[in-house]
Design a protein around this ligand. Structure first.
Ligand SMILES: CC(C)(COP(=O)(O)OP(=O)(O)OC[C@H]1O[C@@H](n2cnc3c(N)ncnc32)[C@H](O)[C@@H]1OP(=O)(O)O)[C@@H](O)C(=O)NCCC(=O)NCCS
Length: 399
């Protein structure tokens, strides 16, 4: 068996496997568009033998913004095993290879959108992001007069949109610093685009709108009456005046559609902007999962609220043995070092999955402890609370 990057021939085989796994309702192998021709060779990995490709996965190059720092990440997607080869632990072997590959590229974290959380948990992933899907009557938006802002339609993803995203993304955690590739995907997804400008014509926000079809393409059974709903694919704003300008724009669609739907970070209370808080639905949805590929690197890479501290962490990792063990995390004047400390008594002990949730700011140490997911040495809880405050996670890039 051979494990590694796909050859040109194997890319075509992967396309067929992808069709069978994810697009099987087509019942044929015609007009396959995956993998896209511009996907770099080191994104596509698989296991093959003399009969051909057995299983494959895509590892998308990402940079994430986590705890005020940029961190290299790998988005793992499109896992597929040929049907007659399933249940032979092939994906387990491929994942081992992918984690080693990512580590060799100094990638600290891997991210996935699971088809099944328990399956990904077996590889050390844990949920690290939730968002709230609202659906509500457009007429419930409280419109307010806005001074010094105007909105113009854009026919493409413009540098103004990208500039707004780059600045606003910094206000969220566990969010992608988008590359050209990610923007290409956003641009390809059908949407109408509107950019908000201030009096000096500087971009201050944007919104991408999609008008849903009668068939609920997104989240079946969650969106009520999709044919009378438009979906806010994405909106970011630099200031609250722009936020109101965007809400006014949504309100002005009240004769075109009855409902709006919008997936927002958990800390944005849309109902505060509605005169009728009885929204049709407010659904908390699990979003992306995180896995620390290189836990010591991730611990070194984030920023900490304290300049000087010492913390000993015992990590359990059944898959990536380089993470397994006890490490001392030391910071002097904001310079962080992480070194093995096998003999030290741990302040915190948990699996690599829970450590990922803690670093991503999705769970606090106290929550992990309360849920029997982490051991905390008596007296250390206040230090952990100071070092790892919860953050507002909001990963928008689905893959
Ligand atoms: C999901 C899929 C990739 C699994 O491939 P596979 O080669 O059978 O996986 P493996 O045999 O390596 O299984 C790995 C582990 O997951 C478990 N597992 C396999 N399929 C599972 C499932 N559907 N649900 C839960 N666990 C599962 C296995 O028992 C194994 O556990 P172990 O290592 O503790 O023994 C394959 O069934 C497939 O191609 N499905 C269609 C496409 C798809 O849904 N992909 C996932 C997209 S994220």
């Amino acid at each position: 068996m051979h494990i590694g990057q796909l050859t040109d021939e194997q890319r075509i085989e992967y396309g067929r496997m992808f069709r069978y796994a994810f697009d099987s309702a087509k019942n044929n192998y015609k007009e396959i568009q995956f993998p896209e021709p511009d996907m770099p060779a080191d994104w596509l990995h698989g296991i093959s033998d003399e009969t051909g490709l057995l299983c494959a996965a895509t590892v998308i190059d990402f940079t994430f913004h986590i705890r005020d720092r940029k961190m290299k990440g790998g988005g793992i997607a499109c896992l597929t095993t040929r049907p007659e080869q399933r249940n032979r632990r092939l994906i387990r072997r491929l994942m081992d290879h992918i984690f080693q590959h990512l580590r060799s590229q100094q990638v600290a974290v891997a991210v996935g959108y699971p088809f099944k959380f328990s399956y990904w948990e077996a590889f050390g992933f844990r949920l690290a992001d939730e968002n709230v899907l609202y659906q509500w009557e457009i007429t419930s938006i409280i419109p307010k007069p806005v001074e010094g802002r105007h909105i113009r339609e854009a026919l493409a993803i413009t540098p103004d949109i990208r500039a707004v995203y780059d600045e606003c993304a910094g206000r969220h955690n566990f969010i992608a610093c988008r590359s050209d590739f990610q923007w290409k995907w956003i641009a390809e997804a059908d949407s109408f685009k509107f950019v908000c400008y201030d009096a000096e014509d500087r971009p201050t926000g944007y919104v991408l709108l999609s008008f849903m079809k009668n068939e609920p393409l997104l989240w079946p059974a969650i969106i009520h009456d999709p044919g009378r709903t438009f979906y806010v694919r994405e909106a970011f704003w630099r200031d609250s005046v722009t936020r109101q300008a965007i809400l006014n724009l949504l309100w002005s669609h009240r004769d075109q559609r009855r409902y709006a739907a919008w997936s927002l970070p958990v800390n944005f209370n849309l109902i505060d902007h509605l005169d009728n808080p009885r929204v049709l639905a407010r659904t908390v949805r699990p979003n992306a999962m995180i896995r620390l590929v290189d836990a010591p690197l991730a611990l070194r890479s984030i920023s900490y609220p304290l300049a000087n501290f010492r913390l000993v962490i015992r990590i359990h990792d059944a898959t990536c043995q380089w993470n397994e063990g006890t490490f001392a995390v030391m910071s002097e004047q904001d310079t962080v070092t992480v070194v093995p400390a096998p003999a030290a008594e741990p302040d915190l002990a948990c699996s690599v999955g829970e450590l990922g949730q803690l670093l991503a700011g999705f769970r606090t140490a106290a929550e992990l402890h309360d849920g029997d997911k982490a051991m905390i040495r008596p007296g250390v809880a206040p230090l952990l609370a100071d070092l790892f405050p919860p953050r507002c996670n909001y990963l928008r890039d689905f893959f």
